[in-house]
Structures are given as structure tokens and as C-alpha cells.
Design a protein around this ligand. Sequence first.
Ligand SMILES: [Fe+2]
Length: 372
Amino acid sequence: MKEFVLRTKITQFSTVEEFAQSLELTGQDLILTSQFLTASLQVPQFSDVPRMIAEDYGRGEPTDRQIDAMRRDLPQNVRRLIAVGGGTIIDIAKFLTLDYPGTLDDCLSGNDEFTQGRELIVVPTTCGTGSEVTNVAITELTKRKTKKGLADDRLYPAQAVLIPQLIRSLPYQVFATSSIDALIHAVESFLSPQATVYSQLFSTAAIRLILSGYQKTAANGKESWCEQAEDFLLASNYAGIAFGNAGCAAVHALSYPLGGVYHIPHGEANQLLFEAVCRKYEQLEPEGRLTDLKHLLSEILQVPADQSLDALFTLMNTILKRRPLCEYGIRRDELEGFADSVIEGQQRLLKNNCVPLSKADMLAIYESIYNQ
Ligand SMILES: [Fe+2]
């Protein structure tokens, strides 16, 4: 069976104030955001709405301990969360919509049943996550030193709110890592065996928008990216719709130990693996699904199909230079353990690989990017 689902209402506003005016706010609302975004939310409508600031509970990407502490402080009467932020904020908010008796670790281990306790409105403030339209949330499990995703229809946000004005002021590094994440969502969902003609419409549109934005950025200078802010935000949303249906795959799976153990930011960790995973697919199945991707890239980047992957990785490297794993302090003798943890914990993603990868293949991928 093939299906395509889009459960989240998608809205676009010019300003935060216009968005705030559209909400029928009650005493049961709560805003979840980051400290640095609070200035953007200073509109009269939000002045009485209680807030939780994620950094008060922990820095960096979400952990189960941080989310458990926030659950303890979440006022009992809250029935609607308004999450304003990047992937970290959105993932925390998704977990906070759920009710369960024990810890998040218990819940994700399948020991506790959960129910949906509150509704979620999401305002993404980066151009990468796509999480505003998916039913997936991801957290680090501190004791296990890895990341784990939960995919469940109760995690779909009720509403996704796109406000391009909010992302124009992103620091370049955040733009680069988040848009690369979106590009990888688009490519992994394009290649996925779960892809449908509908999901591929969104994957393809996202790839086109991001690569043409990168070409303009490469030609006009780094800071010119914000002239394409709306396109990058839309592309991220398209890619979210695509991977929400067709899934992400080996790039995301293999990057999780790098995020979980070495806290490499999600988009950057994905870029470390992206080229090596594509090259492995190419080596194992030269005439497989990758051929369709090469033809699409060839058309967008205006190069012959057999040079299109080279052109893609060269362009991505101008946006964010990929560094070898050894520069992050990773030891070579850890790589086999990474492959084992991926096989043990990331089957949700590995089932979407366009070519099955063995443990030896995964180890070869890590080895190939260790020194170069
Ligand atoms: Fe991602």
C-alpha cells in the first residue's frame, strides 16, 4: 500500500503580531521557546501568555533529562503549546504534548503507554527541521548515549506557522546547517522505497529551491542567503512533508551516534555522512534509484548526470565545509561501536535505505570520512 498524509494545517503570516492576532488565546496556552527568541515575541497579545524557556532546563539538542524536568514544571491546566524555535524546541514541544506515568526513557523503551494531553502549534525559526509537519520527535537518551526517535500520529502538530521574517536574522552557521539538513531530508525521502509520486513532488520542489538558493548564495556572497529566506523556509517545509511520508534513511541513522556521543549539531553531522552514503549506494547499485536523483541534479545544476553528484557535493561544501571525523575528537576504534548502535537503535530509518547496508558497509562509510 502507498499513502500520502498531510494532517497539519499550514499557515503563513508576514509578522509575529499578525500570527498572534489570529490565535484565540486562553488561559490554557503556553509558549515554549528559546531565550534569544523572546525579543521576537514581544507583541501585546503574548504579554500574558506563560512561557517556558528551553535553556532553563539544558543547552543544546534535546535530552530525556531536560524533557522530564520540563514536564514536572509544565502547568497542569495547559491544553495548547505554542512552540517557537528550531528543531530542538519543536522536538521538546512534541514530547510535552504527551502524558505518560514514568520517564521519557521508559516511554520510548515501550514500557509506558502514552496519551495526547495537549494540542501543538509550531512556528519554525530555522530553515531545516521540517518537524512542524511530521509525526516524529527525537531526543538523546542520556543513559544510552544515543538518540532515539518516536514516530506516532499523536505527535502531528495541529498547525504549522511560517513567518519568513523570523528566519532572516539567523546566523549564517545556523542557516547553513539547517538548510543542509532540509536538503538531506529531501534527498533521503526522494530515494526512499516508501516514496510516492506525491512525496516526490515535495522532495523535488525542495531540492530545486535549496540548490538554486545555494547557487545564488555561492555567486553573491554568504550573507546574501537571507534574500532567499522565504524560499529556504518553504523548502524546509516541503522537505518535512516529503520525509514525513517517505522517511529519512541511512544518513540520519549513521549521524545519530555523532550527535549522541559527540554533540555534533544535527545538520552538520548529517553533512559529514551524506556524500559517503551516496557514494556507497552508487558503488553497491550503480543503476538504482540514485540514477533518478542524478538526472534531477543534472537538470538543476546544469552538468552531465555522471558529474552531478560531484557538483552537488562541491556546492554543499561552499555553503558549509565538511570536516573529517577525526577533527571532532572521534577515535577510530569507536567506529565499529557506532555501526552496532545504528543497527540496534535505528531500524526505523534503515528500512528506508534505497540499497540495504550491512554492518561492513556502515563501517566502511565511517572509515571513508575518518581522515578526509
Ligand atoms: Fe534531519
